[in-house]
Write a protein that binds this ligand. Structure first.
Ligand code: PLP
Length: 447
């Protein structure tokens, strides 16, 4: 029999991987996890500095989630929600999310991934504006460096070249405006507030240039994740929301990373004062143990969609596994654990340790900016600290430092030359110390 690595190289088509180099470098085979650590085939341990893909908030080996899944599997391993069918786990989870989300009269539509929920949001926006007799009001604005997924429509929203180049996206009707990275994009001498005003003015200009009657919605991650962990500057979302309101443009908050405590409050929308009309959540919803996502929509949006479905005869959208009973049962248990263990209180206590640790690393000659909030952050690696000069992308400095960190027993992700940190929310002070200590050793070696 072949080894796992041999079978992988022969048959597995890897996402987000250099497919040419993969057979030479080979896969990293992870066999188990416990707490904030995962272990490879040789038994070497790694601190998972990104909670897998920003999702495993409760870490590995959480028996209660295993039990919740097993119990639900025995009771009802599958049923769907089409044609008015329902089941207890999805219903209770919808009820719970509606009560938690900062959205009035919320309704919850389930899917299996962040991409699917964002894609669904786009379809609902179009469906609703058809219902309202505004068939021209269909354009959607996202931001450069946004990440909203990889379906045809969501890869179009995503503002990262790697997700678009060669794929024939973006589709039309999707526009991009500037991102809120103050350190990188502010003009000399510009304050955070002035920079935020400029970004809001640019958004307004874009809406006016396109025609307000053609612009339907604006998508935003409260903290941009895969674009390099970009925390919005002071007053940014207040000013952006004032523009959206003025031109009757809906706000969709993509809380796929920021949901469930990552930024210190339950939702990033609460941390940054967003009042979204729709919100998407996934990842932390089940602590990554099973795939599940949700689109949470305000009552006024639901009512318009409902009226249209009455005209057409059915709301013709849904995924076979959307609201899967086993995933929903695990999500309910995850939310119970967050509440019982006061995960928000824990994040409030522990976040300063991570944030101060990252700020301390800003002294390092390779680090241009340390940024973050709650248990999410990034270090921007630069060729010249004073001039904020980036490295030549061909050097792949971020990827090289992350590879070094892996040798030192830390798994992280590089977004260009920004190295992202988003450990499981259960991480202890001591473990944050180990995570940053191992990373610092890698950084010193890379220098
Ligand atoms: N939105 C955000 C903010 C994300 O970070 C991601 C994934 O990282 C997605 C959407 C897409 O989610 P998925 O990979 O589950 O489709």
């Amino acid at each position: 029999m072949s080894t796992t690595s041999e079978a992988d190289i022969a048959h597995l088509f890897h996402p987000y991987t250099n497919l040419v180099r993969h057979p030479e470098t080979g896969p990293m085979v992870i066999v188990r996890g416990q707490g904030v650590r995962v272990f490879d085939e040789a038994g070497k341990d790694y601190i998972e500095g990104l909670a897998g893909l920003w999702c495993t908030a409760l870490g590995w080996g959480e028996e209660r989630l295993v039990e919740a899944a097993a119990k639900q599997m025995r009771q009802l391993p599958f049923y769907h929600l089409f044609s008015s069918k329902t089941h207890e786990p999805a219903t209770r989870l919808a009820e719970r999310l509606a009560s938690m989300a900062p959205i009035p009269d919320a309704r919850v539509l389930f899917a299996c991934s962040g991409s699917e929920s964002n894609d669904t949001a786009i379809k609902l926006i179009w469906y609703r504006n058809n219902a309202l007799g505004k068939p021209e009001k269909k354009k959607i604005i996202a931001r450069e460096r946004a990440y909203h997924g990889v379906t045809v429509a969501t890869a179009s929203l995503t503002g990262l070249p790697v997700n678009q180049r060669g794929f024939d996206v973006p589709i039309d009707r999707i526009l991009h405006t500037g991102n809120p990275h103050y350190w990188r994009c502010a003009n000399p001498g510009e304050t955070e507030e002035n920079f935020a005003s400029r970004r809001a003015e640019e958004l307004e200009k874009l809406i006016l240039a396109e025609g307000p009657d053609t612009v339907a919605a604006f998508f935003a991650e409260p903290v941009m994740g895969a674009g390099g962990v970009i925390v919005p500057p002071a007053t940014y979302f207040d000013k952006i929301q004032a523009v959206l309101k003025k031109y009757d443009v809906l706000l969709v908050a993509d809380e796929v990373i920021t949901g469930f405590g990552r930024t210190g409050q339950m939702f990033g929308s609460q941390t940054f004062g967003l009042k979204p009309d729709m919100m998407t959540v996934a990842k932390g919803l089940s602590s990554g143990y099973l795939p599940i996502s949700a689109l949470i929509v305000a009552g006024h949006v639901y009512d318009d969609v409902k009226a249209q479905s009455g005209e057409i005869g059915v709301f013709g959208h849904g995924f076979t596994y959307g609201g899967h009973p086993v995933s929903a049962a695990v999500a309910l248990e995850t939310l119970d654990i967050y509440a019982e263990r006061d995960i928000l209180g824990h994040v409030a206590r522990i976040a300063p340790v991570l944030q101060q640790g990252l700020r301390a690393l800003q002294q390092h000659p390779l680090v241009g900016e340390a940024r973050g909030i709650g248990l999410i952050g990034a270090l921007e690696l630069v060729a010249d600290k004073e001039g904020r000069k980036a490295f030549d992308p061909k050097l792949a400095v971020g990827a090289r430092v992350v590879a070094k960190a892996q040798e030192h027993g830390v798994i992280l992700r590089a977004m260009g030359d920004a190295v992202a940190f988003a450990p499981p929310l259960i991480i202890s002070e001591d473990e944050i110390g180990q995570l940053l200590g191992r990373f610092r050793a890698a950084l010193d070696e890379a220098h």
